[in-house]
Design a protein around this ligand. Structure first.
Ligand SMILES: [Fe+2]
Length: 168
């Protein structure tokens, strides 16, 4: 199972970089939101969860291999910065941000499902428990966004129609 373990470690490192990227995106988005208090509160809550996810993954990596690759984390942060910019320059920023967040949560869900398969193959029960908890929080965030894309878009349209600040 040497290869399976190597793959598991590589996927954990990618997941760690993904969580760093998620943190950077959530920080940039929540900082700018003004007229969408529910979205802002939910994103801030998920930002806290995301920071814990990154720390949990780091702990798993430390146990399995040593520290996570700093290069991947830097790449993740750069990607997050680049990714966060286009959505902020558009007039419907909040709608784009919510859609981006919804898509990103699903990338995270797929990542944790794959990690859980590897953990199962390796009999890594301790890792499985951590990954299941994280997966549950990603699914909860994705579900919240799914339910709230409609009200967010409606508030945006209503505010924009009345010439109120709508984009954030
Ligand atoms: Fe997430």
């Amino acid at each position: 199972m040497t290869h399976a373990k190597d793959n598991f470690i590589a996927w954990l490192k990618s997941a760690h970089a993904m969580e760093e990227q998620s943190s950077a995106m959530l920080m940039a988005q929540t900082r700018r939101l003004e007229n969408y208090p529910d979205l802002k509160a939910r994103m801030m809550h998920h930002l806290e969860e995301t920071r814990v996810h990154a720390a949990d993954l780091q702990e798993l990596l430390n146990r399995l291999s040593g520290a996570p690759s700093p290069l991947k984390d830097i790449a993740g942060r750069i990607a997050a910065t680049v990714h966060g910019i286009p959505g902020m320059l558009v007039s419907d920023e909040v709608v784009k941000s919510a859609a981006d967040a919804y898509a990103f949560e699903h990338l995270e869900i797929a990542t944790y499902r794959t990690l859980l398969t590897a953990a199962d193959e390796l009999g890594e029960d301790e890792a499985s428990a951590v990954l299941e908890r994280i997966l549950g929080e990603e699914i909860a965030m994705a579900s919240w966004l799914e339910e709230n894309l409609d009200p967010i878009a409606r508030i945006f349209l209503m505010r924009d129609e009345r010439d109120l600040q709508a984009k954030r």
